[in-house]
Design a protein around this ligand. Sequence first.
Ligand code: PLP
Length: 432
Amino acid sequence: MTDDLLARHQAVLPKWMPLYYAEPIEIVSGSGCRVTDAAGRTYLDFFGGVLTTMIGYDVPEVREAVERQLRTGVAHTSTLYLIRQQVELAEKIARLSGIEDARVFFTNSGTEANEAALLVATNLRRSNQILAVRNSYHGRSYAAMGITGHRSWSASSLNPLQVAWLHSGDRLRGLLAKLDEADHIEAAVEDLREVLATQTAGDVAALIAEPIQGVGGFVSAPDGLFAAIKKVLDEHGILLISDEVQTGWGRTGEHFWGYQAHGVTPDLLTFAKGIGNGFALAGVVGRAEVMNAVSAISFSTFGGNPISTAAGNAVLDYVLDHNLQENAQRVGAILLEGLRAAAADTPVVAEVRGKGLMLAIEFVRPGTVEPDAAVAGRVFELAKEGGLLVGKGGLYGNVLRMGPPLTLSEEEAREGLAILVDAIARAGAVNG
Ligand code: PLP
């Protein structure tokens, strides 16, 4: 029973690992875009295990690929031996990355992928200075927490890197808020030049940025910002790392990678989450001369193992064969339009934003930009009551995030939308 499991969870797991919902659920099965909990309730899943169940639950192609690998008797061989599945997946990702003469290094998590990107950049540039963005999230190692501009996720001030901070693309608050896109880009470039001149010794290794800040509440940089920023970075030989852990594989609809909205190619790109559709698989891609800069031997016991890369190959083939990027764009547009229409005269919603199937609603006190985490929390619980799972996020915990499987149908989008609209109306009514 879930109740019993909750008590056992609390008895053996640390309290800094949060659980969603006043009454946490145990998901025991899933199919397509739906999951069922231990109490037998079925939910439409608009969060996909934090954007990770990218092609839905129980996909035969993935199950069969993993089973085929398991039947060989080899769940693991060291990366000291050739692994066919790893090479095949690296070839596909290198080709899709848009990066010339690309090399791919596989890890088990987004955190490790960012660590690897930082390792490469700091080795190449012989500097441990990094530029990062306020309100970012990059993982939970010391270096990844060190470049995470989100206080509640940075559990340690110990940082192997020297970090200087750039302003984020938040349109509601902060220095760049309310600027139109052209002014925003100009101000962000000015901010970068000023930070370089005043807070660094000049020999910065890299800037790391998410094209859309994920944990930060799906905050998008204006299209084209990365290109304007990269021009300045190039003047100083600073590498650009695009953290595509949430934005990769067509999720944003218009593009396969988030960076492509900016008309510029990063030097390094990190990926994770969706590519394994639940199997632990992540990595970093970069140009050969950048990736090969690591001066000592570095490898990962489990990174690129036969099981996760078998899954990764099947997932990536599925995304491409079923044109899921196009589905994300089409169904995402329906969801965005429906949410915007519903929010138009709802004083507790400040903004509905996002791209493709990466959409967010930000809640505030009526008539202000003051974050209202309480109303967001009520909508979150009411949506669950109505049979819909979404995510929470944002610096102030007042943003609801939607990152459903990219297989979401129009019908499912409308079903989820109706539940959300009802939840918002009921939660907003309390605020008068
Ligand atoms: N980078 C981004 C943008 C993320 O959203 C996350 C996780 O949410 C990470 C890195 C860390 O990934 P992982 O939790 O797999 O270590």
